[in-house]
Design a protein around this ligand. Structure first.
Ligand SMILES: Nc1ncnc2c1ncn2[C@@H]1O[C@H](COP(=O)(O)OP(=O)(O)OP(=O)(O)O)[C@@H](O)[C@H]1O
Length: 345
């Protein structure tokens, strides 16, 4: 549905996008994840047709949208965009804001369609309110209804949760996911928080300094990161030194771990092994003990920082009814069937 092939863009001398590629199948939700300034907004603006690219190609199905010699106008692209600040018109009601996107339709049809999409986002009762009379989450939904109402072939959303608090983000992420799935909409979303990205997306790409480091399924990006930056960016974890001891076997100070390695490394190679908080399981019966150094209450779980007898620091995610004080030694077990291993530099 969306095919981006080695596109580049620059505002000044420095390229802001450097040969970025990705492909998104119809009906899937993709997410561009990356730190501030990495080029996420610019990428969305190039796809929407607000910026011209200097190299590469952007296609929607069989239709060429952009190349270095061709630029279809934003209006012709049939791409919906939800901007980071929602960009609602302050002097129009919610319904008028949505109708505004349907100006090609007769007024009565536009009004009815606007109501249909406000209903879909759960805002039928708020149709007559002005943006300043709506909460941030409600304004976000109006912007979503406005982008969806013209039935775009592709929906783009720039940091849709950046102005919302954490609990609302998770709920809204799930709701938006259900709605887009129900409508069969293909969507590409820019975000900087991996929790938000995993709650919403099927495919995730990490952009850094204008380069796409990895474009993959959300599951593979977490469990099979292509490099250390990605591994650290998409979740917590600690690195342990180790040495390859055979096919899918790594020896560390915590013993020999077995797990599928992405790339076979020759025996004896020095490596760094990533242990995620979900790889370190609390088990009272285990002989391996570690001392609680600190803990963070997360509601359903604690994130414990632990120190092993050998001095290694670990993180462990433990159901929160296991409430152990700082200083206590607790039993742990490693569940490492997905070890992430990189050769040491
Ligand atoms: N109109 C412009 N003219 C010149 N440089 C720009 C322009 N817009 C963005 N940039 C620069 O391009 C780079 C990428 O910006 P962009 O807004 O795409 O990043 P981003 O990943 O969306 O960041 P954020 O998460 O902070 O919104 C930045 O270094 C930014 O300063």
């Amino acid at each position: 549905m969306l095919e981006i092939n080695a596109i580049s863009h620059r505002y000044t001398e420095e390229p802001v996008l450097d040969e970025v590629s990705l492909s998104l199948e119809g009906g899937r939700i993709g997410c561009i994840l990356g730190p501030s300034g990495c080029g996420k907004t610019t990428l969305l603006r190039c796809i929407a047709g607000f910026e011209q690219i200097s190299a590469g190609e952007i296609r929607a199905g069989a239709t060429l949208l952009s190349s270095n010699s061709m630029h279809m106008s934003a209006e012709e692209r049939r791409i919906g965009m939800v901007f980071q600040d929602y960009a609602l018109l302050p002097h129009l009601t919610a319904q008028q804001n949505v109708s505004f996107a349907l100006h090609r339709q007769p007024k009565r049809d536009a009004r009815l369609l606007a109501m249909k999409f406000l209903k879909l986002v759960g805002l039928a009762e708020f149709a007559a309110r002005y943006p300043h009379e709506l909460s941030g989450g409600q304004q976000q939904r109006v912007a979503l209804a406005r982008a969806l109402a013209p039935e775009p072939r592709l929906l783009l959303m720039d940091e849709p949760f950046s102005n919302l608090d954490a609990s609302l983000r998770q709920d809204l992420g799930q709701e938006i996911r259900q709605l887009l799935t129900q409508l069969g909409t293909t969507a590409l979303v820019a975000m900087h928080d991996h929790h938000d990205a995993f709650a919403l997306a099927d495919d995730v790409g990490v952009l850094r300094g204008g380069r796409m480091l990895q474009w993959d399924s959300a599951y593979r990006l977490y469990h099979r990161p292509a490099d250390r930056f990605i591994a650290d960016f998409v979740g917590k974890g600690v690195w342990l030194e180790g040495r390859v001891r055979g096919e899918n076997l790594v020896e560390t100070e915590l013993g020999t771990m077995s797990g599928r390695m992405e790339e076979p490394l020759t025996e004896g190679t020095s490596v760094d092994v990533l242990l995620r908080p979900d790889d370190v399981v609390h088990d009272d019966d285990s002989l391996m003990k570690a001392e609680v150094i600190s803990k963070q209450f997360k509601g359903s779980e604690f994130l414990y920082e632990l120190k092993t007898v050998s001095g290694a620091t670990l993180l462990s995610s433990v159901p929160s009814h296991h409430n152990h004080p700082v200083g206590e030694a607790i039993g742990i077990r490693l569940e490492t069937d997905h070890i992430v291993v990189f050769a040491r530099r």
